[in-house]
Write a protein that binds this ligand. Sequence first.
Ligand code: ADP
Ligand code: MG
Length: 623
Amino acid sequence: MAKQNKTRTLWRWMAGQRGRYLAATAAMAVGIVLLYLSPQIIRGAIDGIIDGKLRGQGDFVVRCIRWLSGDDRHRALWVAGSLVIGTTALSGLFTYVKGRWAAFASESIARDLRERLYDHLQHLPVFYHDSAQTGDLVQRCTSDVDTIRTFYSTQVVEIGRAVLMLVTALPILIVMDWKMALVATALMPVIFVFSMAFFSRVQNSFKASDEAEGKLTTVLQENLTGIRVVRAFARQTFERDKFEHKNEDYRRLNFRLYVVMAWYWALSDLMVFCQTAAVLFVGASRVSHGSMSVGTLVAFLQYEVMVVWPVRQLGRILTDMGKAVVSLGRVEEILAQERETEPVKTAGDVPERVRGEIVLEDVSFSHNGKRVVDGVSLRIPAGQTLAVLGPSGSGKSTLVNLLLRFYDYDAGSITLDGRELKELDRKFVRSQFGVVMQEPFLFSKTLRQNITLGRHAAEEPETVEAATAAAIHESIEGFDQKYDTLIGERGVTLSGGQRQRVAIARALLRDAPVLILDDALSAVDTRTETSILDALRGRRGRHTTILIAHRLSTLAQADRVIVLEHGRIVQEGTHEELLQQPGLYRRLWEIQGALEEDLRSESESGVDASRDTGFQPVLEASQ
Ligand code: ADP
Ligand code: MG
């Protein structure tokens, strides 16, 4: 039952290309008919011309040859030879046409499949990507799609070919000599059953091997992404062992698979040769008794190969089909994941641009049952700046993710300009935010392309203005190709602080009503930070701003500050108010004051003063 469904799935994916497959099969049928002609011509040549026994009578083929050659024996041989070459060449032409159509159809299916997959991955909710392994996804989008493509490009037509060959060759054999036909097909049911048994056995092995390959890709991908961490912690040996382990698993599974395959081919070879031997043995004795002609025997031997071939090929076809079914299953697992849903009704008439008032009321959210945001209520009037302080793991980034609707809050309410966030279109919500993520991601494109990511239509002066505000313009001008400098593998490598500043420029250029900097100044030095903060102050009122930061110099800029701990707001007020209260904020102020004092005296005695006075280590120590 399940298998039937899978076969149907294979069939469903052929939609749109079935006409082409039909044409390919038709071309192949013509090719096969032409191919079948040559044993008949050879038989006619042997019996009617070389042997000369059938002179004066003979069947259709012999009569044709005789008619073409005008009863001249020598010419008749030439005619027969040319006919064999001609029909084979024509048959080859049709085989080419078949291959072309089948290739076109299968490539189209594979392209559509890849497109659907990619599109689907773009629209899956963030929590799916949280738990999915990138290596495994890559494997499914490439290797698995390729297995499916191979099946559609070669095997689909091969199935048609096997069936066609069987149904056309059998009647020919029966008409030529039905007793010999029985001998020639005696072992065929055995070969068929054997193939089927093999197929069901090998299918699980394919699945296991595919999964092992996915794990191997994942290990490789993780290792390459985290290569610095691996080096820094001298984990090479551990990583190599981990890889070796997965690699060995993969080898073992593949080896087992190929052992089974080797058995299959050896045993089916044996059966095919037994079958041929039987035809030769029985046929030769019939020829010597005079109840069969030599030409018929030769033709029989040729057809024998043609008939046994598809039956034997069945094993391979079914194996590949098994592989394709497994791969398709893995691909459909992704496609079956639900996309991010959009609200049925969008709250009233939504403006193109909100003012940017954000209100949270008793918002709670859990990750896998663990409360990460716990009853948070706050109000940020449009155009104002809120600073968020809290030890790592206190839920700051999660709060940002909730605002962007990467996750939906479990309880409470978040409104943007008075509209409930959950009732707004995700795309719309995200278009209202300019965000600098905690770990900004830059594409391996040019600096300009990275900065204008959120607003492709941006003019050059606007781009430069954003880059200047983000204090990255000067660094960019320092590169040979300025804004056209490539980032990443083929271009320049940026420092952590430079990456953050490019990301800030990107967010500023977007000019969205709400600006969020999630710890986006952690890797820039204090002087650059001051310049960026000045630029932000210059834009005051233009954006509602949320600054997640650890440095008091940043926090002091805000209209309001909240202190988060374990997902809860523990302190709230202006910078001055918080300094009056006992608590985390004041404690940190005192520690940082002492730190700065130390640095100042160090710098007076000639020690580098540009050292980071970040709060992060202190915060972690205070946890
Ligand atoms: P912060 O930004 O304040 O450092 P986060 O908001 O990133 O903290 O994380 C808050 C808590 O939520 C942490 O305990 C973290 O382990 C957990 N968390 C964050 N993201 C996920 C996730 N995708 N799945 C499960 N837990 C998560
Ligand atoms: Mg964070």
